[in-house]
Design a protein around this ligand. Structure first.
Ligand SMILES: Cc1cc2nc3c(=O)[nH]c(=O)nc-3n(C[C@H](O)[C@H](O)[C@H](O)COP(=O)(O)OP(=O)(O)OC[C@H]3O[C@@H](n4cnc5c(N)ncnc54)[C@H](O)[C@@H]3O)c2cc1C
Length: 377
């Protein structure tokens, strides 16, 4: 017999599982379908920064959405631990965006006027905070409330919490096709069928085909990123450091994650020697003493970028019940809670802030002058 769900989510990364968590918590019976194992694609590769202020130059709808999402992590930290016993690794030590040139310093000082709660730290004080930092750093903007999480733990916690609320998970099954007939979607997996009242596309960098097959312009730009981690004898600092072309994220287990390259259009899964060498070069220009650090690991992942740099979150312009939640590029960990919350509110028909609806709307992908295809069979 074909199983029916109120919502089927395609993709078991942090975005799919966050949506499942908020939907099942609201009593909407939901299944996530994942073609491999949950949390092993872009989510697994992330450093986990919650860079509300590194990702915004001024306030506005996107900044507010980032703020909301990071604040949700404060409550999720406790709620997910209670439900699943998983520690999502929420760091409260803040982030510092550093200036490596006079031009960057001026840009950061302008940013400080946009966000008066951020604190400018002069170079000597910064070097007391961050031992072995070169004098190349001309100061930094301290973002006290921004931090990071452990992305794999956060994804796993969302997944298990959704299951605790009655959600279901179908792994090792690929969604091949989705069709709508009257008000019901049929979701064709490689092994069987499911039916649903709503379908959410949360397939990360592989989401592009779902725009194309539903008559929209494909906005997805898969963008490869490579990282490595090192271990230092002592843990010299706890703040995440964000430079113009690399970052360092200290994890509670003593790893320092250093990232990341960014290559638009590259979907390959291997880590290149050249990519790692490039980030090492950037790192050593600010931390020459770290050449002797113990290299711990290296990896890569493909970010779900978009052509206009904005995620796509919302209902298809003509196929009611079909939702997108993708294109989070380098902010999917930061934005997972707010995205899950937003999509759950959309599906349960709660009021949505119009500026948020507009910013992320799939309606912006309508092909001009062409009739929009609506699926049915
Ligand atoms: C190197 C690197 C560093 C990053 N650092 C940060 C950071 O510090 N902070 C931050 O906020 N973000 C960061 N990101 C970005 C973040 O990782 C992504 O935005 C986020 O993981 C996207 O989550 P997702 O669930 O959309 O995608 P994914 O995690 O890729 O999940 C999508 C899932 O869909 C599945 N799928 C695809 N097609 C199908 C199908 N047809 N049927 C079934 N399943 C399917 C895939 O197998 C996959 O598991 C980083 C990314 C990279 C690569």
């Amino acid at each position: 017999m074909t199983r029916h769900y109120e919502t089927v989510i395609i993709g078991g990364g942090i975005i799919g599982h966050s949506i499942s968590y908020y939907l099942n918590k609201s009593g909407v019976h939901t299944a996530v379908v994942e073609k491999q194992t949950s949390g092993r694609k872009s989510t697994r590769a992330a450093a986990g920064m919650l860079g509300v202020h590194t990702e915004n130059e001024g306030s506005g709808t996107y900044h507010q959405f980032c703020e909301t999402s990071r604040s949700l992590y404060d409550e999720l930290n406790e709620q997910l631990r209670e439900l699943t016993s998983i520690d999502i690794g929420l760091s409260k030590f803040g982030m510092v965006e550093l200036a490596g040139s006079q031009e960057e310093k001026e840009r950061l000082l302008v940013k400080k006027t946009a966000f008066p709660n951020l604190e400018w730290v002069e170079s000597p004080t910064l070097r007391e905070m961050v031992p072995s930092l070169s004098t190349k750093a001309l100061g930094g903007l301290y973002m006290k409330r921004d931090g990071h999480v452990e992305p794999r733990n956060a994804c796993e916690a969302f997944k298990r919490a959704a299951l605790r609320y009655g959600g279901e998970l179908v792994e090792d099954c690929t969604v091949l096709e989705v069709k709508k007939n009257r008000e019901i979607f049929t979701v064709y997996l490689d092994s069987h069928l499911l039916t649903a009242d709503h379908v959410v596309i949360a397939s990360g960098a592989e989401s592009g085909r779902w725009f194309e097959t539903t008559g929209l312009t494909n906005p997805i730009v898969p963008t490869k990123g490579e990282c490595f981690s090192i271990k230092l004898r002592e843990n010299p600092f706890k703040e995440a450091l964000f430079f113009s072309d690399f970052y360092i994220v200290p994890k509670p287990d003593g790893r320092y994650i250093v990232g990341a390259t960014s290559k638009a259009g590259d979907q390959t899964s291997h880590t290149t020697a050249g990519g790692i060498a490039e980030i090492m070069k950037r790192l050593f220009s600010f931390f020459p003493e770290w050449r002797s650090a113990e290299l711990h690991d290296f990896w890569s992942g493909v970010r779900p970028g978009t052509k206009d740099g904005v995620p796509v979150i919302g209902e298809h312009p003509t196929t009611s019940g079909l939702y997108f939640a993708t294109g989070h590029y380098r902010n999917g960990i930061l934005l997972a809670p707010a995205t899950g919350h937003l999509v759950a509110n959309m599906i349960t028909k709660k009021p949505i802030e119009p500026s948020v609806q507009k910013l992320f709307s799939p309606g912006r992908l309508t092909k001009k002058g062409e009739e929009i295809y609506e699926y049915s069979n």
